[in-house]
Design a protein around this ligand. Sequence first.
Ligand code: SF4
Ligand code: SF4
Length: 229
Amino acid sequence: MAGHGHEEAHDETAGPKVLAVSKVSPKVRTIAVVRPSEHDVTYLEAARKGLGVTLRHFMKNFFGKRRPAEALAKGEAVEPRSRFKPAWNEIETIQYPEEKTHYPERFRGLHRLMQREDGNVRCVACMCCPTVCPANCITIIPAESDDKGVEKKPAVFEIDELRCVVCGLCVEACPCDAIRMDSGVHAKPVENRGDAIMTRELLLGLSADVGKDPQSTATQGGEGPDWRG
Ligand code: SF4
Ligand code: SF4
């Protein structure tokens, strides 16, 4: 290498081993090419290890015991089983709707539309939410409001929950607390795409506490710490 204007160099950094650097152009280097061993080239060892991991998971989930239903519902961590007992099954099937699994606290659920104290929908059809919606899944057709203090109301307000990406931007954009995402209700399974569209009436019928408060009333300007009630 020295005969080609190279000088011996030591590799001080991680990476390919540098054998020599050109005196004329230091960027020109001679490196040692490390070829994989014949053992590695066949990938047999890696395939054997991978199959071992797959088999271990299969055995654990096939023979493993199902976690208690109460622990599943509450989302509680279950103590690992001792080494002399089969491990917990990690692919257990939840028998929904008889059994429900725990949702994280920040799970939003379907949208809901709020109403005023007089029962009218709070939405004033300002079009902020369909404008900001990245999935373009909100359809609003405005109409003139009967209330003299409110210019418009939504004659049609629909959200296509199949297209919604649950970003929450519509809630952030709304200037009058007319739309919220805190129902905690999971989107229902549908066979036709059209069935996933939430109409104004469906959205008004959801509340933050389904079963107790079928309608959602928001106080103008909010009230105290329970303003989201
Ligand atoms: S949550 Fe996001 S994607 Fe869904 S309707 Fe609101 S803005 Fe659109
Ligand atoms: S941002 Fe609020 S008030 Fe405006 S159209 Fe959407 S829900 Fe109605």
